[in-house]
Design a protein around this ligand. Structure first.
Ligand code: PXP
Length: 239
């Protein structure tokens, strides 16, 4: 069974736009779980532009909710994450001025640093995932540094699909990367820019076990409600 993870950072973005308390990401986390999400994702960014430390602390302490915490390799953030003890960690690249995570990790450059971070979480029995581009070389490095999972950055594929351009080469890249990772014993996830169409395309890749979806899902919920949209995605990924 493929799983759906829902990224609720955008609820915090909306709250912060007013500088008040509503809408509350803690409530969103509980609501999304009730609506059928298998896990929730939050990204504690170095600039705290959406989820803040208190949100993360409260959300990580909700019982019976699987929390996937996205973090950069910043040592202060890693220390916070080790104390928060989420169920899962996803290490992502972070640049100050980016609007969203623009690409996968540079594993070649940061291999040793990331390896050390993975082992810190492994000691606490926290599953780690690396957010990477669909590249066979990166999968091989990910295997060397002993990650549990990889999350393939699907942003480029999603942009090609949305703009009606030819996406077949990129889809093959995702497919080959997923197969290699799976053969090496690494669990495969996919995320970024996913809407109904790109998610549907990716469900044909058996190796992908988890989809992490945020912006489109929350945006569409403004019109049709979270329950409905989560249900729609659940139906799409149930192959
Ligand atoms: N997965 C990861 C690792 C991400 O960094 C993001 C964006 O924060 C997502 C999934 C969700 O992307 P989107 O909001 O475009 O659905």
């Amino acid at each position: 069974m493929k799983r759906l993870g829902v990224n609720i950072d955008h609820v915090a973005t909306l709250r912060n736009a007013r500088g008040e308390l509503h809408p509350n990401p803690l409530y969103a986390a509980k609501f999304v779980k009730k609506a059928g999400a298998d896990s929730i994702t939050i990204h504690l960014r170095e600039d705290r532009r959406h989820i803040n430390d208190l949100d993360a602390k409260k959300i990580c302490s909700i019982k019976n909710l699987l929390v996937n915490l996205e973090i950069s390799t910043n040592s202060k953030i890693v220390e916070i994450a080790l104390k928060l003890k989420p169920d899962f960690i996803c290490i992502v690249p972070e640049n100050r001025k980016e609007i969203t995570t623009e690409g996968g990790l540079d594993l070649k450059k940061n291999k040793d640093k990331i390896k050390k971070i993975i082992s810190k979480f492994a000691k606490k029995r926290i599953r780690t995932s690396l957010f990477i581009n669909p590249s066979l070389n990166d999968i091989r490095i990910a295997n060397e540094i002993k990650t549990d999972c990889i999350e393939i950055h699907t942003g480029h594929l999603a942009n090609l699909v949305k703009s009606g351009r030819n996406f077949s080469k990129e889809l093959v890249r995702v497919k080959k990367s997923s197969k290699l990772a799976n053969n090496l014993g690494i669990e495969v996830h996919a995320g970024h820019g996913l809407d109904y169409k790109t998610t549907k395309l990716l469900t044909k890749i058996n190796e992908i076990q988890e989809f992490n979806i945020g912006h489109f899902l929350i945006g569409e919920s403004v019109f049709y409600g979270l329950n409905k949209i989560i249900n729609n995605f659940k139906k799409i990924i149930k192959v």
